[in-house]
Design a protein around this ligand. Sequence first.
Ligand code: MG
Ligand code: ZN
Length: 182
Amino acid sequence: MINVKDIQAVFIDRDGTIGGTGHFIHPKDFKPYDFCKDAFQLLQDHGIKTFAFTNQHRISRKEASIQEFLEEFSSYGFDDAFICPHSENDVCGCHKPRPGMLLEAARIHNLDLKKCVVIGDVGSTDMLAAHAVGAMKILVLTGWGKSSLQQCRDAWKNVEPDYIAENLLEAIRWLLKKQGGI
Ligand SMILES: [Mg+2]
Ligand SMILES: [Zn+2]
């Protein structure tokens, strides 16, 4: 288990984790859940870098732009955002469950991914990407979280999350408390 003072970054999925239902929502219509403000504040108070990491294949269909997503994430105070704009059929290294976005973040920000935490609602993408690089894995029950644990469990059956949280705020509270931060 990572000690809180050693946590180098927390990666947070967007759809179903920060807000929405897990489905595509254009940045102009996206509303974070009420508790996100507190969650982001806690991370900032503890000086923990936060990165968004999200698959947004609708960008490849020109339904939204990378710039619109970057502006959205920076309005929440994220330190950086990693976005896969490719379609599911493209062969890219960044589409979760592939770990390309995490590896790119590690390269740019000099991170040891074993000292990073991934929080997301989908086992077969978020948890598998985290597993591939040895990051800590927290599954949230918002978005697709419950179905990830039930009907979709087979798609990631060899991986166990380190913790299952009600939502993003509870995930951060657990992380900090567990690590002796608050
Ligand atoms: Mg999601
Ligand atoms: Zn990609």
